[in-house]
Design a protein around this ligand. Structure first.
Ligand code: SF4
Length: 688
């Protein structure tokens, strides 16, 4: 028997825990602690504990599949690649779109980005960051000049006051929750605001239950209270920011008196007062947020408001402070860094910037040039164009994404995808999206490849190959490179290893410029920006100045606006959606993990007991959940943990898919959908 441990990084959430994969006779059979990781120090959450279980599941895709007469038939790689290359060449650049993936490595995202812009010459590339943190990228770029988490995970343990809103940290990022507990044990206060009394709420010193969609009002109200009491950091505001007057004019309006904010949000005035005082008076105070802040039609305003309160209180550029946007998927930060977005190349170098466009065109050396220097479509816009303007987009190449479960208003998404003339999906399992494809390509999972991923705290860490891929499955970057070569661009995709790709990334990306596999292979890895080979990396951003050319932080006056859809007589409740601790995203991997699936085998809808009484609904009873977009049958979970008037559904479960119900109304800047608030009604299912 041959046994070995292979150190790698968890493929689930953005925390970036490191563990060992236990390999017996060439197959991954378990997970064991790796104690030298500073992020998780050998600990993992349930998803990490069972991160080996899906790897050798019998459902893995092992051979290319081509749809013939409505059925998939097995094909050779040559056949599949020939067909794809022939088809891709038939379309004009603007008729094609690519979806990259927050699940795969930085190298694979880079290769897909280069393929889209250099081979297909299309502007239309995006990935699921659009659905989770597009508002963070836009909001923090506008306020600070850089759209990423400002401080590190370890730094959270140094905070004196932590304000978590729009994040169920203890379930979604449990090992970040551990840092929150370490700070609490050293005397820090924890303030938590959420419509649900979650496991995170249970640890809070102050819990504020509020109506989903009132975040800007709450933050403006807190800032009014801070300014009224003279608790703002006057030195910081004077020396490091601009446009404070504009912010002040907005937040001092009577609309944001604590009494009025209490009416909008449902939070008692006394709690708001306490929150403002604790937060402003703390020696250091950080904010942790996630998709409760970003997934709104006012997502960018929500993020700007978070940035505003941190600049107002001087809580940036120092330990224990910061705006800590907790990224959902393992490599959503990296996929953004790699330019898998419709407006930037790697390192957020703008596509419309002539110098940046020329830099990439020159570095890549495509004899017939690259895509136009114009912004492309976001994934949400792609779906709208496909559904509403048939014939404009015709062909799509999707790597490791499952929009048929993850996107809002799934009937709309299905109509959109069915309007495609040609769809290629590359994944490790057959998904609800790949079922609709013309060609399905079998890819490798994290345990079968070398590469890097970038966690929520901008830490770039290694994946290391632990076993061979099943059947004929190939590395994502190899597959994309094979298609590129077949289309005549072999020279531009001639890498022999992930390391060679990373070295190319480092050459064209200033923030990754000082990184290489040797440096990243150390237990602590490196935080970007790391511009030179001698640079130690940057765990805390904006220490001396912000990333804008003038070095100043920019205040924005944001006024509160209600969600796009509010309750009315027909749909009298608010639906909000999210994740549970046992499952991950669209369930492709976790629902094939027997231990995780056993814990939570299906979805549910949370209903407050008072609402359940009015509806005549019992706990565990199947009910119909209905919105203007569709309806699903789902078991009721009657619980005091959800606020009266608000209901919650996890979105992992295809048999009761929450996204059939959600609203695809978009934030006008980030084009992120409003997953977190729409109007819903619930009906008893009548017996036949
Ligand atoms: Fe993996 Fe996140 Fe759990 Fe860490 S906290 S083990 S990264 S899922």
């Amino acid at each position: 028997m041959d046994m070995k441990y292979v150190q790698t990084t968890c493929p689930y959430c953005g925390t970036g825990c490191t563990f060992n994969l236990v390999v017996r006779d060439g197959k991954v059979i378990g997970v064991a602690p790796y104690h030298r990781s500073p992020v998780n120090e050998g600990k993992v959450c349930p998803k990490g504990t069972y991160a080996h279980e899906f790897v050798n599941h019998p459902d893995r895709l092992t051979t290319p599949l081509i749809k013939k007469d409505g059925k998939f038939v097995e094909a050779s790689w040559d056949e599949a690649i020939d067909l794809i290359a022939k088809k891709f060449k038939q379309y004009k650049p603007d008729e094609c779109a690519c979806l990259s993936s927050a699940r795969v490595s930085n190298e694979e995202n880079y290769v897909m980005m280069k393929f889209a812009r250099g081979v297909m010459k299309t502007r239309h590339i995006d990935h699921c960051a659009r659905l989770c943190h597009a508002s963070t990228v836009a909001g923090l770029a506008a306020t600070f000049g850089s759209g990423a988490m400002t401080n590190s995970i370890l730094d959270i343990a140094e905070s004196k006051c932590m304000f978590i809103l729009g994040s169920n940290t203890f379930e979604q990022h449990p090992l970040i929750g551990r840092k929150v507990m370490q700070a609490k044990m050293k005397g820090a206060k924890l303030i938590y605001a959420d419509p649900r009394y979650t496991p995170t709420a249970k640890q809070a010193d102050l819990y504020m239950q509020f109506r989903s969609g009132s975040d800007v009002a709450i933050l403006n109200g807190l800032m009014q209270e801070i300014i009224k009491n003279g608790w703002e950091d006057k030195e910081f505001v004077k020396n490091r920011t601009k446009d404070f007057d504009k912010l002040k004019e907005e937040v001092m309006k009577p609309d944001y008196s604590l009494e009025n904010v209490s009416k909008i949000s449902g939070i008692p005035v006394a709690q708001l007062k306490t929150c403002a005082e604790w937060f402003a008076k703390a020696e250091s105070a950080c904010i942790l947020y996630s998709m409760g802040i970003t997934q709104h039609t006012v997502g960018v305003d929500n993020v700007k408001s978070v940035a505003n309160i941190q600049m107002l209180t001087g809580n940036l550029g120092k330990p224990g402070a910061g705006v800590n946007a907790l990224r959902g998927q393992n490599n959503v930060q990296g996929a953004c860094d790699m330019g898998a977005l419709p407006v930037v190349f790697t390192g957020y170098q703008k596509v419309i910037d002539e110098a940046a466009h020329k830099k990439f065109a020159d570095a890549w050396g495509f004899p017939d040039g690259i895509c136009e220097p114009k912004n492309g479509y976001e994934v949400t816009t792609m779906m709208d164009v496909l559904a509403d303007k048939p014939g404009e987009l015709k062909c799509m190449y999707i790597m490791g994404e499952n929009p048929m479960i993850s996107d809002p208003d799934l009937h709309h998404v299905e109509k959109a995808i069915k309007n495609l003339e040609f769809l290629v999906v590359q994944d490790i399992f057959m998904t609800e999206t790949s079922e609709l494809a013309d060609v399905v390509l079998p890819a490798t999972c994290y345990a079968e490849k070398d590469g890097t991923q970038t966690s929520t705290e901008r830490r770039v860490q290694m994946w290391r190959k632990a076993q061979d891929a099943p059947g004929q499955a190939k590395l994502d970057w190899e597959i994309t490179s094979m298609i590129a070569a077949k289309m005549g661009y072999g020279k531009q995709f001639a890498w022999k290893s992930a390391e060679e790709i990373f070295n190319e990334i480092a050459k064209v990306t200033p923030s990754y410029g000082g990184m290489n596999y040797t440096r990243l292979g150390r237990p602590e890895a490196l935080h970007w920006p790391c511009p030179t080979a001698e640079h130690p990396g940057t765990p805390i951003l904006h220490k001396e100045k912000f990333a804008h050319p003038d070095g100043l932080g920019q205040f924005f006056a944001c006024s509160w606006k209600p969600p796009a859809e509010v309750p009315d007589a027909e749909y009298p409740y608010i639906l909000t959606t999210g994740r549970c601790i046992w499952h991950w995203h669209t369930g492709t991997m976790t629902r094939r993990s027997k231990d995780l699936e056993a814990e939570e085998p299906t979805g549910w809808i949370e209903i407050n007991p008072e609402d359940a009484k009015v509806l005549g609904v019992q706990n565990k009873e199947m009910v119909k959940a209905i919105t203007r977009r569709g309806e699903v049958k789902v078991p009721a979970r009657v619980t005091k943990d959800i606020m009266k008037g608000v209901m919650f559904m996890p979105f992992h479960f295809k048999e009761c898919a929450a996204n059939v119900l959600t609203n695809n109304a978009l934030d006008p800047i980030a084009k992120i959908p409003e997953f977190k608030a729409c109007a819903i009604r619930v009906e008893k299912i009548k017996e036949a």
